[in-house]
Write a protein of this length. Structure first.
Length: 306
């Protein structure tokens, strides 16, 4: 007599995380982002400080790195899909990508304000509060659940940032005979905390639109590069350097050297890496990777001073 029991279903294969050469992609791209950002900072300092360098307009370099990132996305899209139609076939999705581009513009302006009032250590440590905001926003906007160890790390990081800020305010009060330095420090701290919040919001929002809709990574990066070029050009056009360009007193590529182009290319590669980290990991890991780079760079600067 044959058994009437239903045949056992074959065991389902667990979905494996994408990997390359036996290394999970999320770990690989995070490591590459740390190396890239460290190298990019060194290159930017070289091109701004060494003899024969530093004559170029930084805003044109930002525009060119976005152009190069966009061109790289075009090549990758043509290779994968054979067309660029995905970049504009969903106008509502393309419009969503304008949000992080505008948020990054606000972040950059706030960072410029903060750097004028804060020392390097206070600036670097305070800006790492974006990891705190990224964790909280990931819970609010993405519905992500963070484990106890992650919440503990966020709390400890918050305590460290608060300690540095309080110490900075105390030093400013002792060093200043009046209230000018203290108030300036407060402005800088408010600006850098707001910059960290805006940066975290941009990263988490980009993760949401990158993973929430069936739009490819290179399509999103191409859209983001396009908006960033428009925002960068608008900022350049309203600056004194833009007025000099329109008057013919200088040219768009004035002062560019081979090392300038290397720096622009490195930053463009970094923009692609950020998208990969958010795609294969998340916005929190992206901020942790950039925080590791900032801490290493700050330690190198302190070592060099002694």
């Amino acid at each position: 007599m044959e058994s009437l029991a239903a045949p056992a279903e074959p065991p389902r294969e667990e979905k494996r995380a994408p990997s390359f050469g036996g290394v999970q992609l999320k770990h690989l791209v995070c490591g590459l982002l740390v190396l890239q950002n460290t190298g990019a900072v060194l290159l930017m300092r070289y091109t701004r400080s060494m003899p024969g360098e530093g004559q170029y307009i930084t805003q044109t370099a930002v525009i060119m790195q976005e152009v190069m990132k966009g061109l790289a996305c075009v090549v990758l899209l043509l290779k994968d899909e054979g067309t660029l139609a995905s970049a504009w076939e969903k106008p509502s999705e393309a419009l969503k990508t304008s949000v992080p581009a505008l948020l990054y513009l606000v972040q950059n302006n706030l960072q410029y304000v903060a750097v004028g009032y804060l020392d390097a250590a206070t600036y670097t440590v305070s800006y790492q509060s974006k990891i705190i905001w990224s964790g909280m926003l990931s819970v609010l906007l993405l519905g992500r659940k963070l484990g106890a160890h992650k919440w503990l790390g966020i709390v400890l990081l918050g305590a460290g940032v608060a300690t540095v800020q309080l110490a900075g305010q105390s030093d400013a009060a002792k060093a200043s005979a009046g209230d000018a330095a203290v108030s300036g420090k407060a402005v800088g701290l408010v600006a850098i905390i707001l910059a960290a919040m805006v940066s975290a919001l941009a990263g988490v929002y980009f993760e949401k639109i990158l993973k929430g809709a069936k739009v490819g990574l290179w399509t999103r990066n191409l859209q983001l590069a396009g908006y960033s070029v428009l925002v960068g050009y608008a900022k350049l056009a309203t600056s004194p350097q833009g007025a000099a360009l329109r008057a013919g007193h200088t040219s768009f590529f004035f002062g560019y050297t081979k090392m300038t182009w290397v720096c622009v290319t490195m930053n463009a590669f970094g923009g692609l890496l950020v998208g990969c980290v958010i795609k294969y990991a998340d916005a929190v890991m992206k901020d942790v990777a950039l925080g590791a780079e900032s801490s290493t760079r700050l330690q190198c600067e302190r070592t060099r001073q002694f």
